[in-house]
Design a protein around this ligand. Structure first.
Ligand code: 4H6
Length: 452
C-alpha cells in the first residue's frame, strides 16, 4: 500500500511512523509512506499558505490555492486514490472503516491546520472526510498518524494473523483482561482459570469477560456484536444481576451503581440499610462475577480499606466502597486491631472471640474497655480515594450473648443499651455501630462522587 500525506509539518511524522511496527512495515516494503509539504506549492515571495477569514473572526484559514494545487499534483503522482481530509467534521474512524481503508492500494491524507481549510478545497479536491474522535486538535497530523497506524497493522504480514482475529473490535466486543507474571502483584492474584491449563475453560472465561465488560462499559457495541444465542442468554442474566434494563446506555435518570467491595453478606445487609437514602443501586462483587483476592497487607484499617476499594473500583469500572474494621481492647494495648479478622490465626469468628475472652479472663469491669472501629474507603475507577471513620465504644462482655451481627459482636457489651452488639436489632445496631457511623459520614462523599 502507498500512503501520501500532505502536511505543513512533515517532520512531525518521523517518530511515530519510523518506529516500532509501522516503521518495520515500511522497511519491509509492506507500506510506502510519502510526505509532501503543502508549502512547496505556495509560489509567492513568502510562500504563504494561510490567510484571514472572510467575515472576520479569530485565526487563519488554509488558502484554497496552494492546498488545491498540492492535492491535485500528488494525485497525479500515482494510481487513483481517495483524498481524505482529517477533520473533526468527518466520518468517525471505527474499525470497519479502518478495514475498508486497509483494502485500498493507495490513500492520500490531507492534514488541515489553523482554523481549518477553505471550503472550496473540500468541495473540489476532497473525496472523504474522516474524524478520529469527538475532540478538537490543532492540526490533522496526529489524526493522520492514528489512521496510518490503524491501517498499517492490518496489512498482510505486519501483525500475526491470529492476534488480529482474536482482537476486540473484530467482534465488536471489548477485550478480556490480560495477565502476565508475577502471579501476585500488590496482593492481586491472577484468576485461577488462567493457570489451570484447561484451554476450553480459558476460552470460555475470556469470552464471558469480554461480554461482561462490553455490557458494563460499552453496551452500545452489543447491538452490532456477533453473539451466539447462548451468549445472548448469558448477557440477559448478567443484565438482571447488575440491574441494567436494556442494551442501551443507562439513561441519565437511572441511579448510578455503587459497588460494595465485600463478600460478607452480613456487611452487605448492613450497608443496604445504612445507605438506604442514597439514590444508587448497590451491587456486590458476586453480582458482577468479580472475584478478586485482595490481600489485606496494610498495617492500618485505612490502608486495607483503600487497597480493597481501589482494586474493586478499577476492576469493575464503578465507584467502590470497601471497609476495614476491628476491635481494639484497652487491656490488650489495642489488639486485635486491624488484624481482628485473623486474630490468633483463627479462621472462625467464634474461636477468635473465645480466644479473646480467655485472654480477658478475670479482668474487672474497669479494665474491659474496648471499641469497634471502622474505616470506609471510597474509590473511583479513575483512582480518587476518600475515607471516613466511625468508632463505637463499649466493653468486652464476660460471655457471648446474642445471635445477630457477626465477628466479635456477641462479646461486645454496650453499657448504654444493656446488651451486646449481637443482641441489637439491625436498626439499633446501625444507629450506634462503628460501621453505621462511618457509613453515614460517607453519604455526602458518595453523593459527590456518584453525582447524585
Ligand atoms: C481540518 C479542519 C481532526 C483540520 C479543521 C483535525 C480534530 C480532528 C483541522 C481543523 C483537527 C479529529 C483546526 C478545526 C483547529 C478546529 C485540524 N482536530 N481544525 N477529531 N484539527 O479527527 O480548530
Amino acid at each position: 500500500m502507498r500512503i501520501d500525506i500532505l502536511t505543513l509539518f512533515p517532520e512531525m511524522f518521523a517518530g511515530p511512523l519510523g518506529e516500532s511496527i509501522v516503521g518495520r512495515a515500511a522497511r519491509e516494503g509492506r507500506v510506502e509512506i510519502l510526505l509532501h509539504n503543502i508549502r512547496d506549492w505556495a509560489h509567492d515571495r513568502h510562500r504563504t499558505v494561510d490567510d484571514y477569514p472572510y467575515g472576520g473572526g479569530a485565526g487563519m484559514v488554509l488558502k484554497a490555492e496552494p492546498l488545491g494545487a498540492a492535492i491535485e499534483a500528488v494525485r497525479r503522482m500515482g494510481r487513483p486514490a481517495p483524498v481524505i481530509l482529517l477533520t473533526p467534521q468527518g466520518r468517525l474512524l471505527r474499525q470497519p472503516l479502518v478495514e475498508e481503508l486497509a483494502g485500498r492500494p493507495r490513500l492520500i491524507l490531507v492534514c488541515g491546520h489553523y482554523e481549518g481549510v477553505d471550503e472550496r478545497v473540500r468541495l473540489l479536491h476532497v473525496d472523504e472526510e474522516v474524524s478520529i474522535g469527538d475532540y478538537v486538535l490543532t492540526g490533522g497530523e496526529v489524526p493522520a498518524m492514528v489512521l496510518v497506524d490503524a491501517v498499517v497493522r492490518l496489512l498482510p504480514g505486519v501483525i500475526e494473523g491470529a492476534s488480529l482475529e482474536q482482537e476486540s473490535h473484530h467482534s465488536n466486543l471489548l477485550e478480556h483482561p490480560h495477565y502476565t507474571r508475577p502471579a501476585t502483584y500488590h496482593g492481586l492474584t491472577v484468576p485461577p482459570v488462567l493457570l489451570s491449563g484447561h484451554h476450553a475453560e480459558i476460552v470460555r472465561w475470556r469470552r464471558h469477560q469480554s461480554l461482561r465488560r462490553t455490557l458494563l462499559r460499552r453496551p452500545d457495541l452489543l447491538e452490532e456484536a456477533a453473539i451466539t444465542p447462548e451468549e445472548r442468554a448469558f448477557l440477559e442474566e448478567l443484565r438482571r444481576e447488575v440491574g441494567l434494563q436494556g442494551t442501551a446506555q443507562q439513561a441519565s435518570s437511572a441511579p448510578p451503581r455503587l459497588l460494595l467491595a465485600t463478600n460478607n453478606p452480613g456487611k452487605v445487609r448492613e450497608y443496604r440499610e445504612i445507605l438506604r437514602d442514597l439514590p444508587a443501586t448497590l451491587v456486590t462483587p458476586a453480582d458482577l462475577g468479580l472475584d478478586l483476592q485482595v490481600e489485606e497487607t496494610g498495617q492500618t484499617y485505612t490502608e486495607n480499606a483503600i487497597l480493597k476499594a481501589r482494586a474493586y473500583a478499577q476492576a469493575a469500572g464503578l465507584v467502590a466502597l470497601a471497609d476495614d474494621s476491628g476491635l481494639e481492647v484497652d487491656a490488650l494495648e489495642g489488639a486485635p486491631g486491624p488484624r481482628s479478622a485473623r486474630y490468633g490465626g483463627q479462621r472462625n469468628s467464634r474461636t477468635r472471640y473465645q480466644l479473646l475472652l480467655k485472654q480477658m479472663e478475670g479482668l474487672p469491669e474497669a479494665r474491659r474497655g474496648a471499641r469497634f472501629r471502622c474505616v470506609i474507603a471510597i474509590a473511583t475507577p479513575a483512582g480518587r480515594v476518600y475515607t471516613t471513620e466511625g468508632v463505637c465504644p463499649g466493653r468486652i462482655a464476660r460471655e457471648p450473648r446474642g445471635s445477630g451481627g457477626f465477628g466479635y459482636d456477641p462479646i461486645f457489651w454496650l453499657p448504654g443499651q444493656g446488651k451486646t452488639m449481637a443482641e441489637l436489632d439491625p436498626e439499633e445496631k446501625n444507629r450506634i455501630s462503628h460501621r453505621g457511623r462511618a457509613g453515614r459520614k460517607a453519604i455526602p462523599l458518595l453523593r459527590e462522587v456518584l453525582g447524585v
